[in-house]
Design a protein around this ligand. Sequence first.
Ligand SMILES: *Cc1c(COP(=O)(O)O)cnc(C)c1O
Length: 351
Amino acid sequence: MSVFRSSRFSRLEPYVPGEQPRERTYIKLNTNESPYPPSPAVLQAVRRASETLNLYCDPTALRLRQAAARVYGVEPEAVLPVNGSDEILNFAVMAFCDGRIPIACPEITYGFYPVLAALHGVKLRQVPLRADLTVDHRDFLSQNCTVMIANPNAPTGLALSLSEIEEIVRSNEKNVVVIDEAYVDFGAESAVALTKKYRNLLVTRTFSKSHSLAGARLGFGIADPGLIADLAAVKDSTNPYNVNAMTQAAGIAALEDNGFYMENCRRVAATRDETATALRAMGFELTASVSNFLFARHPAIPGEELYAKLRERGILVRHFSTPSIADYVRITVGSPREMQALVEALREILA
Ligand SMILES: *Cc1c(COP(=O)(O)O)cnc(C)c1O
């Protein structure tokens, strides 16, 4: 029992991030970071920005919004840069949900959504997945809720089609639909273009997975300028300088180098598919992931044991104890060499 914490927050159940161990070096396949470093232009931009850290950064992040607008084919007023996409999810719950407007999301999805709902006292409707772990988009039509869907979904790696997303957005015109595209660059269809057609669609992006900037904390909300203005009002009421100067510079340089990162995403996708083939040959069952991670189970070993045995061998993956997916482990796609080490460790464990 806390001594000073407000009763409003007395029962918080905070999000538990994947381990970031410091005691030894692991092959880190547990938090979906990119195995590739930022491009040289990004490193140089960060160095240059660090020289004027005595000054506040641009609270409107204008140049960053312009750079993002060019890449995503929208207006700068349709973009809100944020301190990691977790921040825009928080802003969205603050701006668009309350005691009367709950959240609807898949039952198995990104673990931050229930945390945010609880933080803000918003009810959460968790919709079960189909037996094959896919989302049935018909479950999300005409809800009186803010709809929140990760596409591709986590930790399954499975995506809805753009036409299914559009049906959801069209049928919920009185409510906001949040499409969390953290993993879209690894093989799914983006809904960003639909933000020009529908005023109720918010697409969120992160540079943590696809653009090698997890430690810099950078994400974006992309939506109709009206929706972005609502989110910016919340942002300016909590943290006007939410994206620091070095991260703004890194983001601009990364967007100017977008081709470099899309090529990295293609490499990760190729490594993913090769690794999936190797795991299937060893008896693993996998979802048809279009993300930068694999979701795998083996009939001979429970997920938790697999996690522990890999850890002993210096390889970190993620295990979730939720009963319906407890057989599985989520494996981030690393470099080809890291995945080779994973396959060898799994052969040993299964032998
Ligand atoms: C990683 C992840 C995020 C958060 O990314 P940050 O930008 O690092 O905060 C959001 N949604 C999903 C589905 C994720 O997997």
